[in-house]
Design a protein around this ligand. Structure first.
Ligand code: COA
Length: 112
């Protein structure tokens, strides 16, 4: 089992950053909200927490998708090198939970 956690200031988020770190599916989710920054911070912290679990800094943020089910609950979809790395670590599933206050977003990721 491996665990990763990350927090980030929501005020540091921007649309420019969103365009850099997100896939089309992720942008579709974030663009539903009037105030996008907390949701951009969710993506950022989620991806950073996944990278901590995978233990490889060179993995691209675009190979880690944070998506949402019909209830709004986030889940992780790994692509390319990120997916390969999970298998190399003998980990079969990866779970995420995200929270944000007015100022800070935090994500925790657990894989086993
Ligand atoms: C789901 C719920 C617990 C989220 O609580 P909250 O205090 O608004 O959430 P926080 O501010 O701590 O965190 C927001 C993050 O929670 C996550 N989240 C949203 N809905 C979620 C759910 N159903 N389950 C787990 N995580 C959820 C998202 O990642 C969200 O951030 P993001 O949209 O930027 O990715 C709350 O909305 C609730 O109790 N809802 C009623 C029950 C329910 O499931 N309703 C769904 C619609 S019927």
């Amino acid at each position: 089992m491996k665990v990763g956690i990350d927090s980030e200031q929501i005020s540091r988020m921007s649309e420019r950053l969103l365009n850099k770190i997100s896939t089309t599916n992720e942008r579709e989710y974030v663009n539903k909200f009037k105030n996008k920054k907390p949701h951009i911070a969710s993506l950022w912290t989620g991806k950073e927490a996944v990278i901590k679990v995978l233990g490889e800094k060179s993995i691209s943020f675009l190979e880690i998708e944070i998506l949402h089910d019909f209830n709004g609950a986030p889940y992780v979809n790994l692509l390319g090198r990120a997916k390969q790395r999970l298998a190399e670590l003998n980990l079969k599933s990866i779970e995420i939970s995200i929270t944000h206050t007015k100022t800070v977003a935090t994500a925790i990721v657990l894989a086993q």
